[in-house]
Design a binder for this molecule. Structure first.
Ligand SMILES: [Ca+2]
Length: 112
């Protein structure tokens, strides 16, 4: 997958390339090369999102994520479904950051 890397990639372009590479790192392990099976999804969640999804080891949690993501119900997570998960988590992180920043500002104001 290194062929899609560009020396001149911007930060966002690099992030997009990393998301593509990360998906294919796990999707190619078994079955369809371009979708994540339940086992591949579990491996990806555990290895890549362990700190965000602390319970990724839990098979029920994996089943729930699979159920939520697999919008066409084929038992596989395709790249579009993967990007929706990453997007939703990124939104949640940004919301957390904004909330944290807002609180931090309040605390600083009180101190002054
Ligand atoms: Ca696969």
């Amino acid at each position: 997958m290194s062929s899609i890397n560009s020396e001149n990639a911007s930060t966002l372009e690099s992030a997009m390339q990393l998301m593509i590479q990360t998906f294919h790192k796990y999707s190619g392990n078994e079955g369809d090369k371009y979708t994540l099976s339940r086992a591949e999804l579990k491996e990806m969640l555990t290895q890549e999102l362990g700190s965000y999804l602390g319970n990724a080891q839990d098979q029920d949690a994996v089943d729930k994520v699979m159920g939520d993501l697999d919008s066409n119900n084929d038992g596989e997570v395709d790249f579009t479904e993967f990007i929706i998960l990453v997007g939703a988590l990124t939104v949640a992180c940004n919301d957390f950051f904004l909330e944290y920043h807002k609180d931090g500002t309040k605390k600083n104001t009180k101190k002054e």
